[in-house]
Design a protein around this ligand. Structure first.
Ligand SMILES: [Ca+2]
Ligand SMILES: [Ca+2]
Length: 219
């Protein structure tokens, strides 16, 4: 009986040791708020960074990991700016996506081709790219990153708004052209998103262009 008790006790101790050894320590979540602040303000020293008075806005939308066991993301998709009153609204096409940004702020970092305040931050290099640059560079899964921006971003032609281009979009566009409702609650910029062929008009040619694109026929 005593032997059995000792065996059970040893087993319990063994098991608890295994559980302790196997306990996964969660990696500390890096906060990239400061890193991005330094880069957009081109500031060397943190003492210069009075984020409150700079009116610094930082929002993180998406973290991309190349594999599941990586602690540090390959890139982080963020919205960041300091206080700057103008312009109040901005529309910009980035690849197959259309951004409609209503809260515009400043970024001192050189952004020659864009005023958008959406950025891709690469922690391993401590480098910040504009959404436009990241798109040109072909970052992986950028579609997921852009879709995470929600209300500020749309996929061109996505009339049946679900961040995928499929036959439902051609159908929704046909309904819209016929004066019927489509699942889209923003009148301001849907016109640009619906103009799939980019001829500054929304008509049946856009629905046809989507159908052709889905069929693999490029004009
Ligand atoms: Ca869609
Ligand atoms: Ca058109």
């Amino acid at each position: 009986m005593k032997k059995i008790f000792c065996f059970v006790l040893a087993l319990v101790l063994c098991l608890s040791a295994v559980v302790t050894a196997g306990a996964i320590e969660l990696p500390e979540t890096d906060d990239y708020r400061m890193q991005v602040a330094r880069l957009i303000t081109m500031s060397e020293a943190d003492e210069e960074l009075d984020l409150f008075n700079l009116g610094y806005v930082y929002e993180e939308f998406y973290r991309h990991y190349s594999s599941e066991d990586e602690a540090v993301p390959d890139y982080v998709f963020v919205f960041a700016h300091t206080l700057a009153p103008l312009p109040l609204e901005l529309d910009e096409q980035v690849g197959d996506y259309y951004f409609h940004q209503t809260s515009i702020g400043g970024a001192s970092m050189p952004t020659p081709d864009t005023q958008l305040n959406y950025f891709v931050y690469v922690p391993a290099k401590n480098v910040l790219y504009t959404a436009l640059e990241a798109c040109d560079m072909g970052f992986e899964d950028l579609d997921k990153a852009f879709a995470s921006a929600g209300k500020d971003c749309a996929l061109m032609g996505d009339a049946h708004r679900d961040f995928e281009l499929n036959i439902k979009d051609a159908t929704a566009l046909q309904k819209y052209i016929a004066g019927m409702d489509v699942p889209w609650n923003c009148n301001v910029w849907k016109y640009y998103v619906f103009d799939y062929n980019g001829d500054e008009d929304v008509d049946i040619k856009d629905a046809t262009a989507i159908q052709k694109h889905l069929a693999g026929i490029e004009e």
